[in-house]
Design a binder for this molecule. Structure first.
Ligand code: DC
Length: 219
């Protein structure tokens, strides 16, 4: 079974899908992590956003694996554990633009489909219900107000020891929303068959329950 969860940055996709992974035994596939791996490797090679050809080469050459170990998902970039390293401010600042490069998207969609083969998966991203798995049995579009999403990301950063201000996070959320919704390919959008959940005034547990009920109805 494939459950697609799309939505903007900070809408709670990561937290919610990890809880469902634990409770229902699905594999949680965080597709944003694949774009973050490309961004990290590009930074390590000293590339800038102008170096499109080299970034495409990076996307085609790197090996990405996501291993579920206990209740953690370990992201491996060429067999190195980069689970934390792909969350830095530097990676977050460029990842949306990196994910707008069409050949990078084509390669990552291929990688994401391979990672899901033969498994019950709950897949989070931006274009899962539209491009990666258009035949997913369940499609959720998770939303929340810009301010609430920025507040969640800001608090997450504080916990991880990442030094940012709320204003900085809000700006990044707005910039990524714009980029993610205006991509030529794989833009973030609701589909006719997606169920919209607005989590602005909901607790994490309430969102998880709603999605689990939808999954149970379909299975
Ligand atoms: O979910 P995230 O914030 O880790 O995603 C990082 C970036 O990758 C985000 O700015 C948009 C992009 N992305 C995408 O274009 N398509 C996906 N399926 C997942 C993420």
């Amino acid at each position: 079974m494939i459950v697609a969860v799309d939505g903007p940055a900070g809408s709670g996709k990561g937290t919610v899908t990890k809880m469902i992974e634990k409770e229902l035994g699905f594999l949680n596939l965080d597709t944003g992590a694949t774009y973050r791996c490309v961004a990290l490797e590009a930074l390590r090679r000293g590339l800038t956003l102008q170096d499109e050809e080299q970034i495409i080469e990076v996307a085609n050459k790197i090996d990405i694996k996501i291993n579920n170990v206990g209740d953690k998902d370990i992201v491996l970039l060429n067999d190195e554990d980069v689970t934390e390293k792909i969350r830095t401010k530097e990676v977050t600042a460029i990842v949306s633009q990196i994910s707008s490069i069409v050949p990078v998207r084509e390669k990552m969609v291929e990688v994401q489909r391979k990672l899901a083969i033969g498994k019950d998966v709950i897949v989070e991203g931006r274009d899962i219900g539209t491009v990666v798995f258009p035949n997913a049995e369940v499609k959720i579009y998770l939303d929340a107000s810009e301010e609430v999403r920025a507040k969640r990301r800001y608090e997450e950063n504080l916990q991880k020891g990442i030094n940012t201000t709320y204003e900085e996070v809000l700006e990044n959320v707005k910039m990524r929303d714009y980029n993610d919704m205006h991509k030529k390919v794989g833009a973030l959008k609701k589909t006719q068959d997606s169920i919209v959940i607005d989590s602005t005034d909901l607790t994490i547990d309430e969102v998880v329950k709603k999605i689990e009920n939808i999954i149970c109805e379909k299975s």
